[in-house]
Design a protein around this ligand. Structure first.
Ligand code: AMP
Ligand code: ZN
Length: 112
């Protein structure tokens, strides 16, 4: 999508601090982190605006994404635990309407 920020990051038109990638997923650091480690996992293709549009056909893509999330968590030594969140819609805080998942961790204490 031409006016989509995350499509532009995937295309390299807007810079990002890339953490890792697979064939179908790009992982880069959130510009406004809310945890010591805060990485966004983004399908390279604009397959959906949010998780509300996902179907069973997206299963392999999501498996690839979560495998990458676990690899990034291990690389960042998030051995005590980590969290994956996806926001659907403005009331949930979604601001970028290109499917993405927040990987967060590295806290000093257990989170509520
Ligand atoms: P959400 O609010 O769930 O749609 O998540 C969008 C996230 O994208 C927010 O946490 C923003 O801080 C982050 N964000 C916005 N612009 C950029 C950018 N240029 N590079 C990296 N992260 C960004
Ligand atoms: Zn997009």
């Amino acid at each position: 999508m031409s006016d989509c920020l995350f499509c532009k990051i995937v295309e390299g038109e807007i810079p990002a601090r890339v953490e890792a990638e697979t064939e179908h997923i790009l992982a880069f650091h959130d510009i406004n982190p809310v945890a010591p480690v805060h990485v966004l996992l983004v399908p390279k293709q604009h397959v959906a605006d949010s998780a509300a549009e996902l179907t069973a056909e997206d299963g392999p893509l999501l498996g690839e994404l979560f495998e990458l999330a676990a690899r990034i968590a291990a690389a960042n030594e998030l051995d005590e635990g980590w969290r994956v969140v996806t926001n659907v819609g403005p009331a949930a805080g979604q601001t970028i309407f290109h499917l993405h998942f927040h990987l967060m961790g590295g806290w000093e204490a257990p989170q509520p």
